[in-house]
Each structure stands twice: as C-alpha cells, then as structure tokens.
Design a protein around this ligand. Sequence first.
Ligand SMILES: Cc1ncc(COP(=O)(O)O)c(C=O)c1O
Length: 393
Amino acid sequence: MSEEKKNNSFIPLSRPTIEKDEIREVVDTLKSGWLTTGPKVIKFEEKFKEYVGSKFAIAVNSGTAALHLAYMACGIKDGDEVITTPLTFASTVNMLEVIGAKAVFVDINQDTFNIDVEKMEEKITSKTKAIIPVHFAGRPCEMDRILEIAKKHKLLVIEDAAHAVGTEYKNRRIGAGSSQAVCFSFHPIKNITTGEGGMVTTNNEELADKIRLLRFHGISKEAWKRYQKGASPLYEILVPGYKYNMMDIQAAIGLAQLKKLDYFIKIRTKLAKEYNEAFRNMAGIIHASMGGDNFRHAWHLYIVMFKTEYLKISREEIMLELQKRNIGCGIHFIAIHLHPYYKKKYGYRRGDLPKAEYVSDRIVSLPLFPKLQTADLRRVIESVREILENYKK
Ligand SMILES: Cc1ncc(COP(=O)(O)O)c(C=O)c1O
C-alpha cells in the first residue's frame, strides 16, 4: 500500500482478531460431520468455566439469549421490578420487557459510567426482584456493595457482563462471583468472539440445569446425545423453551479466542493508556478513567466524552468529522429511557436521569482492537486534537 493510501485508509471502530488457529478449529469442525451443539460446545463451556472460575457455564447463541434465559431461570416474571442502569444496550432491558418485568433505572456514577450504587436503595420497592449491574466497557461495578444491598433486601443479582469477558474484581474474574448468574457476549466487537454467541455462568446447579433446558426447546435430551451411536432418539418436552443453543462452529472460534484473551486484554490496556496520555492535556475532552488497584479493566471499549458546551459543534458533528477523516466511531450508548418505546410506555423525560443523559449526549467510542496499529492510533489522536482546535469556542 502506498504511504498516502496508508495514511488515509479506513480505521474501523473494531475488528475481530481471526488468525490461523481460529480457522484451523473451524475447518476441523466442518470436517467432523457435526456442526451444531456438540463436543466443541462442551469443551468451550469447560474451558470458559475454568477461565472465569465458575462451577457451571452454559453456551448460547448471543448475549441477549444469555440474559433472557438467566432472567427466566431466576424466576423474574410479569409485574416484577428490576434495578439497572440506563446506560446500557437494548438487550439488558428489552429482555425484561418481553417477560413483562419493568426496569427501574438508577442514575450512573459519572466517573465510572457504571450504576451509582449509593442511589440504588432509594429505588427498591416491595415489587423489586433483582439488581442487574452492567460492567460498562469492561470496568467492573462495585460488586461487594451491590451484593450487600441485594442480601439486605433479599434480591437476586444477575450480572450483564457482555463487556466484561476477562474483567477482574478483587482478584477474581467476573463470572466467578456470588451473584446468581453472569451473562457474557461473544459478538464480534467483544474481547473474544464466536461470530455471535453468549454464555451464562453460575455456581447454582439447579439454575444451570434450568438454563440448559430452556436453551433448546425445553427438551430433556440434547440432539448431540440422542444421535450418538446406540443412543435412544427418544425425547420429552419438559417446558416450552427456546432455540438459543450455540453451534460447534461458533464454539470452535471461541476455543481459539479464549487462549488469547489475556494477551488481547494486555494490548487493549496498552492502547487505552496511550489514548489517555494523549487526551489528558487536551481541553474539551474527558478521557476514559483508567481505574484503581482492586480490579482489571478488560477495555472492551475506549470511550471519551466531548465537553460540547465548550465547543462549536455537537457530538453528532464530531462523529461526522471523524468519519470524514476515515475513522470509525460509535455511541455506547444512547440512554435507554430516551428511546421512543421506553419514553412512550413509562413517560420518561429528559431530566429524569441527568448524569446518564449528560454522558449519553457526549460520548464517542474510538477505535480499539488488538490489531490496531500504533500509527493508526496516533492518527485518531491527531484527528481528535485537530477537531478540538478547529471547533473550540
Ligand atoms: C451491555 C450489553 N448487554 C448485552 C448485549 C447483548 O449481547 P449480544 O449482542 O451478544 O446479544 C450487549 C451487546 O452489545 C451489550 O453491550
């Protein structure tokens, strides 16, 4: 590639790292004669539970499915209230809505972008059934405090760890903890991918069995077991379940990715540090917070906040300026209560959750992935510097 072309080539927001070992595992599966849930899924579940330190791991076909099944298996139902953050993806809340439960939002902590644990108890009522912390961008929530509040009020805790594959909190991996269930995502933007995919981890055997049953039509025996040589093909429907099972083709990618996860996080951390050092002294921007001593940030996303009150352009225009410079970017997230469905159904208005709104209006996710080249990272930094200079008030 010519120097000029290289200097202006598109830098995506994210790109999965797919190498020879992922391809080898997938080809091995394709040649094996068994493509759907089978030995590779079983192995991936084994390796994943070993990695996070949980007793059980159940692989599914998305993080959304993981949340849906965890909510159902924990007994969240019509009329229940569930405490969560407004700064999250659709799935955390949509999956409550589809089972008739209501998300009750607690505003965020503006330094961490995670749920403000000190405001949680104000929102607990006799209808509250659970707390769903979301480890935003790969930074863990204050789990000790959340579990303490849950214990005091007899609430369940289901962690949305879609961003937190590899996050550590007080020397333990997210997924190993004392909450009822932890839900992960392996969408291609995540720290490890299976194409699409998800996982629920738990230390509760009964819950694990329920999730396993619900993930495949509520059928007593999975296809892999029924179609083995000499096995009985008989089966029974025990509950009306879903079609949320992970395929072996997906698990094959996951097996290769999991081996490299810690290495991926090491590179992500290095890149995040480099961004932070550059942005530290730039006016008009607030860089991501690096974090403290008692956790490992998994750096799923690198998010900055533009102080648009000191700039002549809006966040949307900043993103257009980045796109003009061939730089991919994203918004994680538009606060849930500002979306038409939730506004209409529950009557939310601007001002209801001021911190989440302030952040949601100003954040931009910048390119971050293990194969991001230093020269490209510097091009992102220089572009941000130029935009801030050009449009300062
Ligand atoms: C916070 C959060 N929860 C859940 C999900 C759902 O994961 P999936 O896309 O694998 O269904 C996502 C996906 O981006 C997410 O960001």
